[in-house]
Design a protein around this ligand. Structure first.
Ligand SMILES: *[C@@H]1O[C@H](CO)[C@@H](O)[C@H](O)[C@H]1NC(C)=O
Ligand SMILES: *[C@@H]1O[C@H](CO)[C@@H](O)[C@H](O)[C@H]1NC(C)=O
Ligand SMILES: *[C@@H]1O[C@H](CO)[C@@H](O)[C@H](O)[C@H]1NC(C)=O
Ligand SMILES: CC(=O)N[C@H]1CO[C@H](CO)[C@@H](O)[C@@H]1O
Length: 486
């Protein structure tokens, strides 16, 4: 029984980081709940079959020898290196084509051929073997649950941690192996989860916290109902009790911490949550109205030249004007399929793949030259409360999102950052977008993340602060004034 519980939890924290709707019982220490994404227990997919199918696809496209495929619980990790972005994307497409895939983590690197031959695969193999051996020898680590892979002396860990202590032990073993440049643990790391620290602080303040998955949300006789689990967090694990049906009107605060895709399930969540009398962070109507890449169009003077379309000839024209462009799927997230185009011949294949995969228009922007100037700023009720600079993990990597394992440094707000925050702050307040994260690259506003902003853990570490306390001060205050206004 106990084991099943922690297993479930691990699933939630690891594969669902950031995908939660959090309902927090508010000011007078009442009740709280969170939404997890589908957990699809009882529907455990055969990972091995999936590896075989993906490998077949790769073989057909001549990519088998350069890409390694790992699958755990329906989540696919692709690693290796190829010489063009198209190949990187093709491999991911092959993975997505398999039924029942929950997530594809594309860690394939694009490296020009001459450099690729310099990668030392012998050293990589030795590092992997050494880490595996060391994990095996540890009694408190279920080594079978981790996959270890090394590319160019960067170690990729994937799997399911029983608890935080085990995770820490695994990472530290990997780090200590000689020759290891970096350990990429993003795929199993729940320490970095903003949702986790928000729950912890809620609990410290005496609030009750519940979590629920979006597919456990209902509207019954016009009452918003969730099948939720009460949770508590100690230092090492996340404990939940059995499901209870709760009327969301009895909650004080509901947090939507659900990752895109911005699909009909997402939209439905916002419709149902509009019915509650609780304070919802963020306002569901405005989350629906403000997809992160589209909402920036409210501020044309702050964004780079932008085109949203499915029309290939318009994209070509745009390319001819700017010569160096970025293509992104309009409703994806976390840096998925962000492609830089510097060669007209690759436009067709990239656009075709993207439209086939996402079935919606793409967003095209002129490339922001100075990707070294990449910041994420968190705003609380329209005011900046934290800023970090993001540094891509591989030089030349254009996707700098946190999920992809960028590292972070402290940063200063410059004049332009202040100008951007001053401009958008009042609009965010007006719309009830209480907690958002924005991305600024090279002084341009690129995204306003209203769904599930993260970065709190990094900011806390870099500045030795506890940002969640400031957040909760405001959440509690907003919850009481919300109740007074009912
Ligand atoms: C794309 O737009 C151009 C005008 O820019 C138009 O001539 C063409 O028919 C459009 N193509 C499609 C496939 O709609
Ligand atoms: C918004 O934040 C969530 C949680 O971190 C993240 O998963 C998502 O990728 C972000 N959206 C964008 C567009 O970066
Ligand atoms: C972090 O802040 C705490 C007090 O808030 C202080 O005791 C501690 O020494 C600080 N740590 C560092 C590394 O500055
Ligand atoms: C969470 C998880 O995957 N646990 C697995 C770890 O490995 C043991 C032994 O193979 C499995 O029984 C667990 O289910």
């Amino acid at each position: 029984m106990r084991l099943i519980t922690s297993f479930l939890l691990a699933i939630f924290l690891i594969t669902q980081s950031g995908c939660t709707t959090l309902i927090i019982g508010g000011v007078v220490a009442t009740a709280t709940a969170i939404t997890m994404q589908d957990k699809s227990l009882g529907n455990i997919i055969d990972d091995t079959t999936m590896v075989i199918r993906i490998n077949k696809g790769l073989l057909k496209h001549g990519l088998f020898s350069s890409i390694k495929v790992k699958v755990s619980e329906g989540r696919v990790l692709l690693i290796g290196s190829v010489d063009t972005p198209e190949k990187q994307l093709t491999a991911e497409k092959i993975a997505w084509q398999q039924k029942e895939i929950k997530e594809v983590i594309n860690e394939i690197r694009v490296i020009p051929i001459q450099m690729a031959s310099m990668l030392d695969t012998t050293v990589d193999g030795m590092i992997t073997a050494e880490i595996r051996t060391r994990l095996l020898g540890k009694r408190n680590i279920k080594s079978i649950n981790y996959s270890v892979n090394t590319v160019d002396r960067v170690v990729y860990l994937m799997g399911i941690a029983q608890n935080k202590a085990e995770l820490k032990a695994v990472i530290s073993i990997a780090r200590k192996v000689k020759g290891v440049k970096q350990v990429m643990d993003e795929n199993i790391n729940f320490e970095t989860d903003t949702t986790f620290v928000l729950i912890k602080e809620a609990q410290r303040r005496g609030h009750e916290v519940f979590v629920y998955a979006p597919n456990n949300l209902a509207l019954k006789l016009n009452h918003p109902i969730a099948l939720a689990q009460k949770v508590s967090i100690d230092d090492f694990s996340f404990i939940s009790k059995e499901d209870v049906a709760i009327n969301l009107n009895e909650m004080d605060i509901i947090f939507i911490r659900q990752d895109p895709p911005f699909d009909m399930r997402y939209i439905t969540t916002t419709y149902i949550l509009e019915k509650t009398s609780a304070l919802v962070i963020n306002n569901p109507t405005e989350i629906r109205n403000c997809p992160e890449k589209l909402i920036t169009s409210l501020f044309p003077e702050l964004i780079p030249p932008t085109l949203i379309t499915e029309n290939i000839s318009m994209i070509r024209d745009f390319y001819c004007s700017y010569k160096d462009i970025i293509l992104k799927p309009l409703y994806s997230y976390g840096g998925n399929d962000v492609i830089r185009i510097r060669d007209e011949n690759s436009i067709q294949v990239v656009v075709d793949l993207m439209i086939a995969k996402y079935e919606c228009p793409v967003i095209v922007q002129s490339f922001c030259k100075n990707i070294d100037k990449d910041k994420r700023i968190l705003l609380l009720y329209g005011q900046p409360i934290g800023v970090i600079k993001r540094v891509p993990k591989v030089s030349g990597e254009i996707r700098t999102n946190m999920r992809l394992g960028a590292s972070f440094e402290p940063a200063q707000m410059n004049d332009r950052d202040n100008q951007i925050c001053n401009k958008i702050g009042p609009e965010l307040k007006k719309r009830g977008l209480i907690f958002v994260g924005i991305d600024i690259i090279d002084d341009f506003l690129l995204e306003i993340n209203t769904t599930s902003p993260t970065g709190v853990v990094y900011i806390n570490k870099l500045y030795n602060i506890s940002l969640e306390k400031d957040l909760w001060d405001v959440f509690e205050e907003k919850a009481s004034s919300h109740q007074l206004n009912l």
